[in-house]
Write a protein that binds this ligand. Structure first.
Ligand code: BEZ
Length: 217
């Protein structure tokens, strides 16, 4: 299994955009996600949603990379079917992981769920190649792409401002200042203008990573 905050497992794979390596994305954030199988309804709704998400993530220096164990020919036929039947172009590459190399590295196959299909797994990898978040969804539940962009926004806000984000946070909401670790820090923060409920619970505001105008495209 991959580990949070460790280097994301390296791979090189055949994709619908040619051979790609994770290393090629250094300097860019990556959302690597698996789906169970091509030509299945829930996966199709997800691909349509991820296609709409791609430009939103691009504003955040983040690229999508799909994966299943289907062949490259199956991927190409499905991507064409999504274009023809749903009017949606799939702009991101999709890995054909027939030998399950990448799926094994990332623990995408959960035999108690299916021994032949990848689960709905999603990994956020930062611009330095560090694995920052993992989400696992069951076969029968399509993912929420608003949550994916919220997660990327939260991680990038954490990096920029050295803060944490509270439950249900969205850009523009107050963020959490990490609790002080020393008596001096606890004392010093009294003069830093934070909005504190108690010495260990302080909030502040930070600028949005992506402006409201950019968000609207
Ligand atoms: C689907 O994408 O519709 C699906 C795939 C695997 C199991 C159940 C549903």
């Amino acid at each position: 299994m991959p580990r949070l905050n460790a280097l994301a497992p390296a791979f090189e794979a055949e994709t619908t955009h040619g051979r790609l390596a994770l290393e090629d994305y250094r300097g860019t954030w990556v959302v690597l996600f698996s789906h169970p199988a091509d030509f299945t309804p829930v996966c199709t709704t997800e691909f349509v949603a991820f296609a709409k998400l791609a430009p939103v993530l691009k504003q955040r220096n983040t690229e999508l990379l799909g994966l299943s164990i289907d062949s490259i020919y199956s991927h190409l036929a499905w991507v064409n079917a999504i274009r023809d039947k749903f009017g949606v172009e799939i702009p991101f590459p999709v890995i054909a992981d027939g030998n399950r190399e990448v799926a094994s590295l990332y623990g995408m196959i959960n035999p108690d769920e299916s021994s032949t299909e990848t689960s709905r797994c999603l990994f956020v990898i930062d611009d330095k190649g560090i694995l920052r978040a993992m989400i696992y969804y069951p076969l029968t539940t399509g993912r929420n792409t608003d949550e994916v962009v919220r997660l990327v926004d939260a991680l990038q806000t954490t990096d920029r401002h050295k803060v944490a984000t509270p439950a249900n946070w969205n850009p523009g909401d107050k963020v959490i200042v990490p609790p002080p670790r020393t008596v001096e820090d606890a004392e010093a923060r009294k003069s830093l203008g934070y909005d504190c409920v108690d010495w260990w619970y302080c909030e502040t505001t930070v600028p949005n990573a992506v402006s409201a105008a950019e968000r609207k495209g």
